[in-house]
Write a protein that binds this ligand. Structure first.
Ligand code: ZN
Ligand code: ZN
Length: 389
């Protein structure tokens, strides 16, 4: 018997507008786009922010081309959720076929999403004519409260509290359930209930975490977004298993998102901050939810043999200290072999010993776990760390 596995990839996690500020590179600057490959091979794409371009450039027909079905859910028509459409190269390939789902906007009327396509590519906003988009496109209107099935998967849409409306989607696959609730603000009883219904018992609950709880109460009230604290509260209430903080503010630096994540982990046990390139596997034997991060270091790297002392927090939440050797270093990070299994996206204190003119000197660095792989040595894991200061 094969175990059904679903794979959820984060191609864009930033809210409102893309960022190219180096202080945001670690979590990433592309706007919302997620991809969920269900166990039956159906490919779901959630939102068409600038992350969609990256997905298009790594395009492979779903299920090896055997069932080339791609279903694209667009939550709403704000720029950050549609801006990737004209740059999604598979739309310009004749044999591809896409099923789009979105709601009828009262500002646009019938065929809202089709109109969004046309408007985005109208003269003088875009150099290429709409006729160059050769792929077959089917548009389906969905309303809050609708439920439908695609392959073996059940999709439910619910309205969320956001200016001009936004749909949240719950996708139930045989490997587990993903609730995608970007762009929503707490405070409307009926719509808050919708959010809880979407997230009820979900394996992965992706929620808007753009603002801090303080901003949400004061300067950013009414802007249509939520906070890590609201996400943690809802996750606890509805017994969602893992919370993913999403739609990071363009003004939030990586260090600020680190702090947000740390605070959220004090409130709820299993939390990740959505990070560009992050992949979550659902339904894998042993651990139902497994997160993996991409290789993020692009800087010059060199093999090294530095003695080091490492302090951090394990997967189980316990503090640890370990003496080891740093085997590879760059100006951004290092690869460290550890017996302990540190928690992904947690902080590590690394103290390295380096021979100096006045004897052995130590270099203290604070790092952040971005990647964990099987180690070269038995009983060890290879831990990728990005230095933050
Ligand atoms: Zn947004
Ligand atoms: Zn929005």
């Amino acid at each position: 018997m094969t175990v059904p596995i679903a794979k959820l990839s984060f191609w864009g996690v930033r809210g409102s507008t893309p960022t190219v500020d180096p202080a945001t590179w670690r979590y990433g600057g592309n706007t919302p786009c997620l991809e969920l490959i269900a166990p039956d091979g159906t490919q779901f794409i959630l939102d068409c922010g600038t992350g969609l371009r990256m997905l298009g450039s790594r395009w492979a027909a779903p299920n090896g081309g055997k069932v080339p079905e791609t279903h694209i859910m667009v939550t709403h028509y704000h720029w950050d959720h549609i801006q990737g459409i004209p740059f999604f190269s598979p739309l310009y390939v004749q044999n591809n076929e896409f099923h789009f789902y979105s709601f009828r906007s009262k500002y646009l009327g019938r065929d809202s999403l089709k109109q969004v396509f046309e408007a985005q590519m109208a003269l003088p906003y875009f150099p290429v004519d709409m006729s160059a988009m050769n792929a077959k496109r089917k548009f389906k209107e969905v309303d809050g409260g609708d439920s439908f099935t695609v392959g073996e998967n059940k999709i439910t849409a619910r309205w969320l509290n956001h200016p001009q409306g936004c749909l949240g989607f719950r996708i139930e696959t045989p490997a587990g359930t993903v609730a995608y609730a970007t762009d929503n603000e707490p405070g409307d009883a009926k719509l808050d209930e919708n959010l809880r219904e979407l997230a009820a018992g979900a394996d992965i609950f992706i929620n808007d975490a753009q603002f801090t709880p303080e901003q949400l109460e004061t300067t950013r009230k009414g802007w249509g977004h939520s906070s890590w604290l609201e996400g943690a509260r809802v996750a606890r209430q509805v017994e969602a298993k893992t919370l993913v903080l999403f739609h990071h503010d363009p003004d939030s630096t990586d260090r600020m998102v680190d702090t947000i994540l740390r605070q959220a982990r004090e409130e709820f046990d299993s939390v990740f901050a959505a990070s560009e390139g992050m992949v979550i596997t659902l339904g894998a034997p042993g651990d139902n939810v497994q997160a993996h991060m991409p290789g993020t270091r692009t800087a010059l790297r060199r093999e090294a043999q530095f003695q080091a002392k490492v302090c951090g927090v394990t997967e189980g939440g316990k503090d640890f200290e370990e003496a080891t050797v740093v085997r590879d270093i760059s100006l951004q990070g290092a690869l460290i072999s550890l017996k302990h299994l540190p928690r992904l996206q947690s902080e590590l204190q690394v103290t390295m010993e380096a021979p100096g003119v006045d004897g052995v000197q130590s270099m203290h660095l604070r790092g952040y776990v971005v990647r964990i792989d099987a180690g070269a040595e038995k009983g060890h894991v290879a831990v990728g760390v990005v230095f933050t200061d």
